[in-house]
Design a protein around this ligand. Structure first.
Ligand code: TA6
Length: 285
């Protein structure tokens, strides 16, 4: 079943439930902010103090960062991670594929507002397939008469038991840009987190796996060769209005991306799809 819902302030979202999963998608940002297998803990992390307000970004789930990832390369006054996550998308269609799988397709295209921030005509489609496996496929199409460059990320926040007990497998030997130290580095072994981590790994061979005490989450991707790993750690959480002070303990972002260093050029009429495919396996004895 797929239903339209809204919060008291009229902030609209879709609630999806089928035999296997429950999910919620805000129309603002085409933002999947809840996903859980029936009877299990949510797979995606959502901040207890997230905003659900027009124009404010939801903290958690899967924000769509587009058409630039991170700070705008030349104009620091433009919004971090682009405008797709704070724009209201149009619901293009929904489908019950089978009793365990639902599909939602959302669309964003250029408007007078977007052209002021980014001077190109585009169409963006996000197809979210909600089943035992979760997939998000973001198709960017150049509808302009000139080529443009984009960077993008499906900025997935994963829910974990405790940051001290998790590690990320699949990035060993990969080069990364460390945004905390602003240095290039190479990953040795698995990634464990014991302080602020904000890294862009390049030329990644998916899948990347997040091992927690009671489950392993596999993150696969297509049309992506970079992965971001982010945990803000304590001081940054304290300074953020939409994160509890200790929120860093229960979340980790692992993001399929076309990050700076892996930017895409799209010629007029050309399109590209960035997909992340997420599955999990319980490791409870
Ligand atoms: O993906 C990691 C990152 O780019 C970090 O640098 C951090 O700022 C994070 O995203 C969250 O950004 P936001 O704009 O949502 O606060």
């Amino acid at each position: 079943m797929i239903e339209y819902k809204h919060f008291d302030n009229d902030f609209r979202y879709l609630e999806i439930s089928n035999a296997s999963v429950r999910a919620k998608i805000a129309l603002q940002g085409a933002h999947l902010f809840h996903y859980e297998h029936v009877g299990e803990d949510p797979l995606l992390w959502l901040s207890e103090s997230s905003f659900f307000e027009t124009g404010k970004v939801i903290r958690g789930g899967v924000p769509v960062c587009w058409p630039w990832f991170g700070k705008h390369p030349t104009n620091s006054e433009l919004p971090q991670h682009g405008f797709a996550r704070s724009s209201v998308w149009e619901l293009l269609g929904t489908k019950e594929i089978d009793e365990h799988t639902s599909e939602v397709i959302l669309r964003l295209h250029h408007s007078s507002g977007s052209l002021q921030l980014w001077p190109y005509k585009f169409e963006l489609l996000l197809t979210i397939t909600i089943g035992q496996t979760l997939s998000l496929a973001l198709t960017s199409k150049n509808c302009d008469t000139q080529a443009f460059e984009i960077t993008a990320a499906l900025h997935s926040y994963f829910a974990i038991g405790n940051i001290g007990n998790v590690h990320v497998e699949g990035l060993a030997g990969k080069s990364y840009f460390d945004k905390v130290t602003e240095q290039e580095n190479t990953q040795h072994g698995n990634v464990s987190i014991s302080n602020e981590v904000d890294r862009i790994y390049l030329k990644v061979d998916y899948p990347v796996s997040l091992h927690d005490k009671t489950r392993t989450i596999h993150i696969n991707a297509l049309g992506s060769s970079s992965t971001i790993v982010w945990n803000p750690w304590k001081e940054n959480c304290v300074s953020m209005a939409d994160m509890e002070d200790d929120a860093y303990k229960t979340m980790l972002c692992i993001e399929a991306a076309n990050a700076p260093g892996d930017a895409l050029q799209l010629a007029p009429g050309e399109e590209h799809t960035l997909t992340t495919i997420i599955s999990s396996k319980s490791t409870r004895p």
